[in-house]
Design a protein around this ligand. Sequence first.
Ligand code: ZN
Ligand code: ZN
Ligand code: FE
Length: 755
Amino acid sequence: MQTERWKISVGGIVQGVGFRPFVYRLAGDRALTGFVTNTPEGVVIEAEGQPSQLRNFLDALRKEAPPLSQVGEIVAGPISLLHDNDFVLRHSTVFGPVSTLISPDVAVCQDCLVEFFNPVDRRFRYPFINCTNCGPRYTIVLRIPYDRPHTTMRDFVMCPACRREYDNPSNRRFHAQPNCCPDCGPQLGLVAVDGQRVAEREEAISEVVRRLANGEIVAVKGIGGFHLAVDAANGQAVSRLRRRKKREAKPLAVMVAGLETARKLCRLETMEEQALESQARPIVLATKKEDHGLAEEVAPGYDQFGLMLPYAPLHYLLLQGPVRALVMTSGNRSEEPICIENREAEERLAEIADCFLVHDRGIHLPCDDSVIALQGGMVRQVRRSRGFAPKPLELAGTGEMVLGVGAELKNTVCLLKGKQAFVSQHIGDLKNLEAYRVFQKSIDQLASLFEINPSLIVHDLHPQYLSSRWAEEQKTVPTLAVQHHHAHLVACLAENHHEGPAIGIILDGTGYGPDQTIWGGEMLVGDGSGYRRFGGLESLPLPGGDAAVQAPWRTAVSYLFAAYGENAPELPFMADHDCGMIRSMVRKKLNSPLTSSCGRLFDAVAAMIGGRQVIQYEAQAAIELMQTAEGLGEEVFPCEVYEENDMLKISVRSLIREVAQAVQTGMVQGEISRRFHAGLVAVFTRVAEEARRREKINTVVLSGGVFQNRLLLEGLLASLDRVGFEVLLHKELPCNDGCISLGQAVIGRESLKKG
Ligand code: ZN
Ligand code: ZN
Ligand code: FE
């Protein structure tokens, strides 16, 4: 048969992930000649041989690609023969824009772990062991192209042994940019609170293991930042961490050595186990077992643990001592971003940690642990960060480059380029100055790594959000303001490659409405090009605004007042509060903005039935309310619906009256919660059916942070399914405000198409 020569270009994540050596091996196996090289457009291959072998080669490029790569578009075509003698790896000669992608950080691989635990290996117990299949990436890259001088490893000169591995195409460490060993790479050190270095290397580890067993709080530098580590079975130690971190009750993540221990703490479904062991190593929210044996203080009043398995080699060493489960919480003061610099950690965490386990491999960008949960039959993101960012989401369509700067809380940013959406790691609450700096740095980093020059910046409609203000300060690029819940709707559509229009049931805490009230229990009809507010929860006064968010009892009093007027019944919870003050604020319309928030409705019901009166962390009242229900029953609280200003309003007041009557008749909390949840499921299904009848749309999108409530999500999903709706849920981004930046960017892109 005639020999042919093909030119093949491969896009996607194919740089720094062992792709070229893989190509080299494939070509050798098939007796092809030619070369492979990195170019600005990605990996380019010229291969010569039998057409059947070439086809087979092309097939294998995609099917057998190395674990960290993500093969995108492959373009292949015949060119003239050159009759080379062999197949070679060509060093990249072209320097310039590289459109190949930077991979997320990846947990240490099996091959490296085998070496790590092998006493005769030269990297035995060396905490910075890595190879082309594993290790840090996104957090150590300074700029492109992804080469060692462009990473935080630039100051470490490889020893001859490491260099040989790095240069050898058949070695697992060929062109592994962070490659190093105990002779040439970063090292650990233990620093006391007074700044003194007290131990180095192996000695630092054994000292930390000893201190952890003694209940000390150790700040540990990891991949995306510092953790605060403490023995999870030691209640006093965990309480001390909570006190010092000013984190009273919010659940703390727990790290255990492997699945065997994880199974002793939680009841795990197969999908949860797979997620725990996946390369991204997220925190997995899973149901506690009764006899878990950890301190109550780890996750008080919460029926789940946030579990994770080790992902940095160092973590394995920490868990080799007597401590079987470590609290591993972000190294920050509450609400600040995670610390990444040694000096910064020693300062900011000085009042929290008893000592600091540091190292000298720099972290360029902070990246928190990701959090996922099994909901509605799939593993879903709660916080998408380390291990996932900056892996792009594939979009259905293409268009101009656009930047979405996200909401204010749970901020992420998103840059669109071609068919790809680059969503940043979780950045957090922008009101915090440190977080605001990370926000700016992340935009710069993503724009330069992926060479994106946005022609439009999209921000939230709320003019006071720091992200909105930042957008308006970028004088050279036009801006667009987008309504919060519209962004939720479109983010979910985009993730599902659905053009819309759809009926959006968007339930969350807060989003600024164009009528200048606070929206949050919305039913929208729309798509990327626009929306209409079809209906939703009616708006009621929120006495004190943010003060009510912290104190659900205030909302409860206000909603009761709205439901009954002056004749509101006296419920037991009111005895402890100054209800007169709230009523008079509402009556005089003093600092009592109107809200249709769904989060506040949950708060009000929780407080009314004697649940959480003042919260210690976001959504605490709602979570506890959900937990008391233990499933949905047949009975529902009926909820009235009425038409007003061309909208179908769901009467919050009718629900509040049902709850109040139930409390008066002595119904138990669990039963009230069940009927309340079931009532919401029923009424949202009913209004969705009415929207379908009027608008002739059969697709429903569920988005907004309230859908982290698994009872509501799964109940509504089943109910909408039963009446024949196509229901779309988030797949790769969280349903909370972490998805807003994507929705904004997609809406922005649509607006440019209209011109
Ligand atoms: Zn490895
Ligand atoms: Zn070395
Ligand atoms: Fe939201």
